[in-house]
Design a protein around this ligand. Structure first.
Ligand code: AKG
Length: 264
């Protein structure tokens, strides 16, 4: 499966303008390509305009869900649609969405770990359900959002449920880029799965973001890596046999000693 990540900058607080940017990127990037999956970053419709989100967030997933469904159908590509601010019954969630190339929503996930350093709990509600797996073209996958990367339990759970690919959509600050890089490689190696991340670039409200979107294979080797500061498209190929080989050669999942793990 060929993947293209849109490592984009985000216009703060302007949902329609960001839709337009994604539409323009799709128009330019997807036709005549062999991309089967495209990936967007975290909160790409609004950026982290937290105090404004009650006013500008989508309501019950709209208009962003319909927009992504239209893009997926029009371009015949699966869309891992990053995440967006999504107001449901008065509370704003950070919602990730996956739409298949037929335009069907195959998965949503509301970020469960809110970031204290960003005061997220003041403005956002945490998801009520854990991350779960979904399938695209018969391959099991999972998606987590930014700060979730710091909680290895969540990714392990997805791997134990059969995920071969982990998407991480993010707006990770440049100041902690070394964590971003090391944790992604660790998640790929320890779970013997592909890690595909989409980070935003640019700055907002005094924070500069780290870009550095990745495609990392199940051995932890980097297939493709974005720059720190440029808007660009990062591409690479996923091969399920590499997951099977990694898990066969180092049989981590058969060697776990769960009865001795106190907290898991
Ligand atoms: O964990 C971090 O250092 C950054 C997390 C973050 O910025 C986010 O979840 O949006």
């Amino acid at each position: 499966m060929n993947v293209a990540i849109y490592q984009m900058d985000v216009i703060p607080g302007d949902v329609r303008a960001n839709h337009k940017r994604v539409e323009e990127w799709m128009e330019k990037t997807v036709p005549n390509s062999d991309y089967e999956i495209v990936v967007l970053p975290e909160m790409w419709t609004t950026a982290y305009t937290l105090p404004e989100l009650q006013e500008i967030a989508d309501v019950d997933g709209e208009p962003t869900t319909s927009f992504l469904q239209k893009m997926a159908k029009q371009y015949g590509v699966h869309v891992v649609g990053g995440s967006f601010a999504n107001k449901i019954e008065g509370e704003v969630y950070n919602t990730a969405i996956v739409v298949n190339k037929q335009g069907e929503v195959v998965h949503t996930y509301d970020k469960i770990h809110l970031v204290p350093m960003l005061d997220e709990p003041t403005y956002l509600a945490g998801g009520k359900e854990s991350a779960k797996i979904f399938e695209l073209d018969g391959v099991k996958m999972g998606i987590i959002i930014c700060y979730d990367l710091r909680f290895p339990e969540l990714t392990r759970q997805l791997a134990l449920e059969g995920a071969e690919v982990l998407f991480i959509v993010a707006e990770w600050p440049l100041a902690r880029r070394n964590h971003w890089v090391a944790l992604q490689k660790a998640r790929a190696i320890e779970n013997q799965m592909y890690v595909i991340s989409s980070g935003r670039v640019g700055s907002y409200n005094g924070t500069t973001f780290s870009g550095t979107s990745f495609i990392i294979d199940p051995l932890g080797d980097v297939v493709a890596e974005g720059s720190i500061e440029n808007e660009e498209t990062i591409v690479g190929e996923l091969d399920s046999s590499k997951v099977r080989d990694a898990r066969k050669n180092v049989p981590v999942f058969q060697t776990r000693v769960t009865n001795l793990y106190k907290y898991y």
